[in-house]
Design a protein around this ligand. Structure first.
Ligand code: PEP
Ligand code: MG
Length: 756
């Protein structure tokens, strides 16, 4: 390699500098040179990386090791990757290089020293090798120490299992692949997204722009459904506009990270871009495309009136003829599902629902892989399948990009693919039209165009969530298509350990307890990725702990049901509460923003306030955490306004207890079972007034007691304005139907009364 500087500023870079600054760096340099609004950046070159490898002696060890690996053996591959990454992370950055990086960073003063650090591999971003997510990106990096750490992480990412696998399969030699790192002023986009400067499937002269509120990561990762604008370059008009419900956004969390928060209600459904902004973006895109001579895949962000072009790389997969050969038609096509045609072609096969990368082991050649959203770990499986269907994402999500590159038909953003389609079911995927048909069909193009009515999935305005107690039931619960988890009872998880929380503390095995909790909850969060999961803090009565190790120290209570359980126990035994909070905290730190915490057995707002204060003391960002309460003691229903004033984000009726405490009927006592009435007028009065109060205050109000799995009660609840219900796994289908029917009846009746 010829001598090159360790650091290059964007202004010094041209597209021929790929060997030094990688595809991303070179592309940014070119963009800035042609006058596009690129945020300030410098690149730690591949030369600097090489020097680092050589000075640390890693060039000798790593490459020899990688040459031996059988990449099709995933255990070997993982081990080799871990060895290589560890070696990179442990090695020292040469002192002179460190100094140069620090002084370049200091020069970026106007960036408020907050930068994005992105790897820029010298083989990445090139035609035929654009595997999205292959290497690292760190947003919001602040301070020299964090910057150096992020750079080293980027270097290490060159030796991730995925990257090693791709290189081996694509015939790249590990030795000749280098990595540069781009350090760029972070633009705190108010809205952001991606743009294809020509249609990525047909190559037409259209700019396809997708965007959502907040930072662009949400759109790139496919974790939100973005707005989509199609700008026709000939007529210079916006010819298509799809405004999505943009409920969540990723924003800076102030420290070295980002967080997902709900978008302000009034702008969730508002168009993201004005026509003028679409036109300007398209114009910038065209400048880039013209300059590079090939259509570009551009990341953009907008702050106030300023448009920034954040990244640009060639679209690698526009084909002159994207049409699959239309086979003969049978005339019996039934459309099961619709989404966006992200990668053209028609394929039939057996559905395999992939909920987790672990499921990819069951994927066989020729299957139809159906998944919420693909991620880089799934790529080996994506290679095998005949077609890919995802619930989420747009034309630029991971699944779309990789499928196009693999030449695999794909339909993305079906919303309900993983619910509507069943494992083993034979379907036909049309990756151009975005349709999934029942059976192995032969379809003519005209016929698919002529199809007009598409079966709509059952969508209810009232969310229908599911109750989960054991993490192993999470997948089955998720398979119901529930809108989230309205109650995760963690005591089942803890009871399964056969030791009381006190035992773990007394035996100095706190970490073990935290880990068990963390793992169990994570299983559920993963199964419900992107959907709310309300985890309830410990609520086991003392008699249930009695027979476990440590049970001998549990107090003996005459009436455990009215005793030391729920939040009252946690507030008095801070150690036990702290261990639970530690597990929650780790999950939040891992980015599980779908985690909400629900306190059981609250009877006074002070209990909520105290619990939140304790969480805050233990380092939880309580202002941004979703914290709510169960309403299962009449006092909490009566004082609901005070709870709302105290800051609860949601409330959920625990009718199992609410009924027993309102009517003085032991829920477990068969002698009085006949008097245990969910629809007792006193119970309904408490519920009704609490619902109205929550609604007036914009607080989500739900039910997670057994009554939420009973159609007549659910009908009443929907009529009285409940915002969500959470039912048992087996009841989801009938509850969803009850909710849908009740909602329709309400609409019908209101239409009739208007006409009367
Ligand atoms: C309830 O009381 O309704 C409830 C859901 O909690 P549990 O059944 O666990 O007491
Ligand atoms: Mg209860």
């Amino acid at each position: 390699m010829k001598e090159m500087p360790d650091i290059l500023w964007l202004e010094e870079i041209r597209k021929e500098d790929i060997p030094a600054v990688g595809g991303k760096g070179a592309s940014l340099g070119e963009m800035s040179a042609i006058g596009l609004p690129v945020p300030r950046a410098f690149v730690v070159t591949s030369y600097a990386f090489r020097q680092f490898l050589v000075e640390a002696g890693l060039d000798k060890t790593i490459f020899a090791d990688l040459a031996e690996v059988d990449v099709d053996n995933s255990v070997d591959l993982e081990k080799a990757a871990t060895r290589a990454k560890d070696a990179v992370m442990k090695a020292r950055i040469p002192a002179l290089l460190k100094k140069k990086i620090k002084s370049a960073y200091e020069e970026m003063e106007d960036s408020r020293m907050v930068v994005a650090v992105r790897s820029s591999a010298t083989a990445e971003d090139l035609p035929d090798a654009s595997f999205a997510g292959q290497q690292e990106t760190y947003l919001n990096v602040k301070g020299e120490k964090n910057l150096l750490f992020a750079i080293q992480k980027c270097w290490a990412s060159l030796y991730g299992a995925r990257a090693i696998y791709y290189r081996a399969k694509q015939g790249f030699d590990h030795q000749s692949v280098n990595i540069a790192v781009v350090i760029q002023q972070l633009v705190f986009s108010e809205k952001a997204g991606v743009m294809f400067t020509s249609h990525p499937v047909t190559g037409e002269q259209q700019s396809i722009i997708e965007g959502s509120w907040g930072l662009g990561e949400a759109v790139v990762s496919g974790s939100v459904s973005p707005d989509k604008y199609v700008f026709d370059q000939k007529s210079e008009k916006v010819v298509d506009r799809l405004i999505a419900n943009k409920r969540y956004q990723i924003i800076s969390s102030g420290e070295n990270g980002t967080k997902t928060v709900e978008v302000r209600k009034d702008i969730q459904d508002a168009p993201l871009l004005t026509d003028d902004e679409v036109r300007k973006l398209a114009a910038f895109g065209k400048v880039a495309e013209t300059h590079y001579g090939v259509p570009q895949d551009v990341e953009w962000g907008i702050v106030g009136d300023n448009i920034y072009i954040l990244q640009s790389r060639p679209i690698t997969t526009i084909r002159a003829s994207a049409q699959a050969t239309p086979p003969a038609e049978t005339g019996t096509e039934k459309i099961l599902l619709q989404g966006q045609g992200a990668s053209p072609g028609i394929a039939s096969g057996k559905v395999v629902i992939v909920r987790d990368v672990k499921d990819t082991g069951i994927v066989k050649d020729g299957d139809i892989m159906v998944t919420q959203m693909t991620n880089p770990d799934m790529v080996p499986a994506m290679r095998k399948v005949a077609a890919i269907v995802t619930d989420e994402g747009g034309m630029t999500c991971h699944a779309a990009i990789v499928s196009r590159e693999l030449g695999t038909p794909a339909v993305v953003g079906t919303k309900t693919g993983t619910q509507v389609l069943r494992n083993g079911q034979t379907v036909t995927v049309d990756g151009e039209k975005g349709l999934i048909y029942e059976g192995a069909l032969t379809i003519s193009r005209e016929k698919t165009r002529a199809v007009e009515s598409i079966a709509a999935p059952v969508i209810t305005a009232t969310s229908v969530k599911v109750n989960v107690s054991m993490p192993e039931a999470a997948a089955r619960a998720a398979a119901t298509g529930a809108d989230g988890v309205g109650l995760l009872r963690i005591e089942h998880l803890i009871l399964g350990l056969n030791k009381t929380p006190g035992w773990f503390i007394a035996n100095n095995r706190e970490e073990e307890f935290i880990q068990e909790l963390y793992r169990g909850i994570k299983t559920v969060l993963d199964a419900f990725y992107g959907k709310p999961v309300w985890v309830r803090t410990l609520d086991a009565p003392t008699d249930e702990f009695r027979n476990m190790a440590g049970g001998e120290t549990e107090p003996i209570e005459h009436n455990p049901m009215l005793g030391w359980r729920g939040i009252r126990r946690d507030l008095q035994s801070a150690d036990q509460f702290r261990l639970q909070v530690e597990a929650f905290k780790r999950l939040w730190e891992q980015g599980y923003d779908n985690l909400g915490i629900m306190f059981p057995m609250v009877s006074h707002p002070q209990e909520f306030i105290r619990a939140r204060e304790m969480m805050k003391q233990w380092g939880v960002d309580v202002d941004n955490a979703t914290l709510g309460v169960m309403i299962e003691i009449p006092s909490s229903a009566i004082l609901i306004q005070d709870f709302i004033n105290a800051g609860i984000r949601f409330a959920s009726f625990g009718t199992n207890d609410l009924i027993q405490y309102t009517l003085a009927i032991d829920r477990n006592n068969q002698h009085v079972a006949g008097m245990y009435q969910p629809k007792h007028p006193a119970v309904l009065a408490l519920i009704d007034s609490a619902i109205q109060c929550c609604r007036e205050n914009g607080v989500e109000v739900s039910i997670c007691g057994q009554a939420g799995s009973e159609p007549p009660m659910v009908k009443w609840l929907v009529e009285h304005g409940i915002t969500s219900v959470s039912a048992n796994i087996d009841a989801i289908a009938k509850i969803r139907e009850t909710v849908a029917r009740t909602e329709k009846q309400i609409l019908l009746e209101s239409a009739r009364s208007r006409n009367a």
